[in-house]
Write a protein that binds this ligand. Structure first.
Ligand code: DLL
Length: 441
């Protein structure tokens, strides 16, 4: 018999206890963990130590939680510059898992976990599931991609540790997803919101309904309240937002509760700040800015003041659900030019890296994003050199194939490339406008 410890919305799972700590107690835990993390990073990460030394700081300078604001930032390019293992603070024998995510150019960024890190990851995922009213009685279809992406295994380990039944179906193969959902009595789905929209479209076409499905745990890309409304109305499920990023742990940095009014950050493991994206100055609660996160318990790869580039604000108001951990507003946009297509992060600079590898193309390109039947598409329009353009069709076709291969190699997804006439793409006077986002919602 399965117990019903959290069948009620917002029900309590034992692992969720830190969500309800009195603020002062939480701050004491945070300070103690911050001090230990800064010490670990100082001793184990050359780059962090150098930056601390330049500022004449040592771990002993962190006496209060607010002292975090004196510490140097970490940014995505730091992971690129130390690729692959330069930020590991644990010896390789203690690292049990590696994941990777898009970098800004040709190489991905690599992140590492010790066994203890995996335990923390499971714990925050249990807390995220419980906050969305998911319990061990649920059957979870995990349609996040398995592999180097953190979504698949992150949700999998959490769901299994929760005691739920996990179906590790991974992304793609829509017909099979719909069949499994109906035949296996699925009650919860984990996927990107755009992929769920696609499932919704296909189910409608095939005149299928979603059977016992009642909850969706959607994240890994921005989505709006309008999209939530549409999903909930058309499918009859409750759609929850979950947030995370590889550099910090993966999914499970924060999650909505059943109130659906902002994402609770698991603050005992991740210390949030909001800064001005231009100046890096810390902004007061309630002000919109860039989210900066410091890991408080990560061993293999501690991150001090990591600039997520995600734009949001911190809400210190107590939530009606009773959790004392603060909430962030849903991520509205990024402060850099990264966009997310089918759950994969893409930087225009990666596209450039790919184009540079293919002779016969010019540095003029444009990225067009569209959404068709809930599925995101990305097209890269590339001007070709006049010599190539006047040449035979065969040369063009070969170039086209080389281009799509190079893009796939760098981005990790197959996208459409279109060769266009020389001088046909608009030139802008200031910063080039590379991304044209025609997706709706
Ligand atoms: O997307 C981890 C994840 C997997 C989160 C599954 C949620 C569910 P990355 O591939 O490193 O990790 O991408 C991280 O994706 O900095 C945001 O820009 C964006 N992102 C993630 N979740 C959300 C969300 C995973 N709920 C980057 N809303 C982040 C908006 C999100 N953007």
């Amino acid at each position: 018999m399965r117990s019903n410890w959290n069948d009620a919305p917002g029900g309590f799972h034992p692992a969720s206890a830190p969500d309800y700590l009195p603020r002062e107690q939480l701050r004491a835990v945070q300070l103690q963990r911050l001090q230990a993390t800064v010490k670990r990073a100082y001793e184990g990460q050359k780059l962090f130590r150098q930056r601390m030394d330049e500022r004449k700081l040592t771990p002993a300078h962190v006496k209060r939680l607010e002292d975090v604001a004196q510490l140097p930032f970490m940014v995505k390019t730091d992971l690129r510059d130390t690729y692959p293992f330069g930020l590991f603070a644990s010896p390789m024998e203690e690292v049990v898992r590696l994941h990777a995510s898009s970098g800004t150019t040709g190489k991905p960024i690599v992140v590492a976990y010790t066994a203890a890190d995996v335990e923390v990851w499971k714990e925050v995922m249990i807390r995220a599931f419980a906050a969305c009213g998911v319990s061990r009685a649920d059957v979870i279809q995990n349609a996040y991609g398995y592999g180097l992406f953190t979504g698949g295994l992150g949700a999998h380990y959490g769901a299994e540790a929760l005691g739920a039944t996990v179906i590790p179906i991974s992304g793609g193969n829509t017909e099979r997803q719909l069949m499994v959902m109906a035949d296996f009595g699925v009650t919860v789905i984990c996927s990107t919101p755009s992929y769920f929209l696609h499932l919704l479209e296909r189910a409608k076409e095939a005149k299928l309904d979603f059977g016992r499905l009642r909850v969706g745990i959607f994240g890994a890309e921005p989505w709006s309240d309008a999209m939530r409304l549409r999903i909930q109305q058309e499918s009859g499920i409750r759609a929850h937002d979950i947030y995370g990023l590889s550099e910090i742990i993966g999914p499970g940095v924060g999650s909505e509760c059943h109130r659906q009014d902002g994402l609770h950050l698991f603050e005992d493991h991740f210390l949030p700040e909001i800064v001005d994206p231009q100046t890096g100055q810390v902004l007061p609660d309630g002000t919109e800015g860039e989210l900066v996160l410091t890991t408080l318990s990560k061993q293999a790869m501690p991150m001090i003041r990591y600039r997520t580039r995600d734009v949001t604000s911190l809400n210190p108001e107590p939530c009606a659900c009773g959790r004392t951990i603060r909430r962030i507003r849903r991520i509205s946009r990024r402060s850099d030019d990264m966009f997310i297509i089918r759950g994969v992060n893409v930087f225009p600079s990666q596209v450039e890296t790919a184009l540079l590898q293919v002779e016969g193309t010019l540095p003029h390109y444009q990225i067009v994003l569209t959404r068709e039947k809930g599925l995101d598409n990305m097209e890269v329009q590339v001007e070709v050199t006049p010599e190539i353009f006047s040449d035979k069709v065969r040369a063009l076709e070969a170039l086209h194939a080389r281009l799509e291969d190079a893009l796939e190699q760098v981005l990790g997804i197959r996208v459409m490339a279109t060769l266009v006439e020389p001088r046909s793409l608009a030139r802008s006077e200031g910063k080039a406008k590379r991304v044209i986002d025609n997706r709706k919602m």
